[in-house]
Write a protein that binds this ligand. Structure first.
Ligand code: TIU
Length: 225
């Protein structure tokens, strides 16, 4: 067991039973011209975490620990997109509309893809999810059971939407989850701060948080021991 210095108390990371889940680091959320920007958001905040998420993925790859990527999106016929989701808000582009990066949030379109810097490599699991949570209507639970994972390290965007929803789903399924604070981001800094507090309050009611440096230190300490 590796003890990671975390909030609200050390996170017990179990090598061999821990998977990294990187949520929705897709061009549609991170780059101009995509879904995130169409909702009125400034996407530059999200771009800033790409190097940190890359370091986190590298840490897992170097050790041969499993890396799972998720992508939010829908089939071209929108059969898996509830009309309520497509109709929500007042976006300049709705899900399925044609934009600068192809059809918004549609499988296989340029905007639906993960940013080049964080692209999955052979052998890594990619979960396509129609909702905010990565367990809803996906094979994620089965994949984690196959891997024997009991602990999740979580990163990606956005903190209070898809990341928090996924952590709550995971928590209810019995996983211990550590969110890497500088490898997640929101379009709204105050929502990120609030989400981190909600997750860790009441004795890790949803999970733990820690900076990437704490995970790197804990893992390096074990290697030296
Ligand atoms: N809008 C927003 O903050 N997020 C999403 O729509 N999806 C994810 O968080 N991935």
């Amino acid at each position: 067991m590796i003890s990671v210095d975390a909030t609200p108390f050390p996170f017990p990371l179990s090598p061999g039973h821990t998977a990294l889940v990187v949520i929705d680091m897709q061009r549609d959320f991170v780059e101009p011209g995509g879904f995130g920007e169409s909702l009125g958001n400034d996407v530059t905040r999200l771009q800033a975490i790409i190097p940190t998420v890359g370091r986190l993925i590298a840490l897992f790859r170097e050790r041969g620990w499993p890396v799972i990527h998720t992508r939010e999106g829908h089939r071209p016929d929108l059969g898996d997109c509830p009309p309520a989701k497509r109709g929500r808000g007042n976006p300049t582009l709705r899900i399925g509309d044609h934009g600068p990066m192809g059809r918004v949030l549609i499988h296989g379109e340029p905007g639906h893809g993960i940013v080049d810097e964080l692209a999955p490599i052979d052998g890594e699991i990619v979960i396509d999810k129609p909702g905010k949570g990565a367990f809803y209507a996906t094979s994620l639970g089965d994949e984690l059971a196959r891997l024997g994972a009991t602990h999740l390290v979580v990163a990606g965007v956005t903190t209070e939407v898809c990341v928090q929803t996924t952590m709550r789903e995971a928590n209810d399924r019995g996983f211990d989850c550590l969110l890497i604070e500088d490898a997640t981001e929101s379009y709204f800094p105050e929502f990120k701060a609030a989400a981190l507090k909600m997750i860790t309050a009441q004795g890790a009611i949803v999970g733990w948080t820690a900076p990437l440096s704490a995970l790197e230190t804990a893992v390096a300490g074990r290697a030296a021991a």
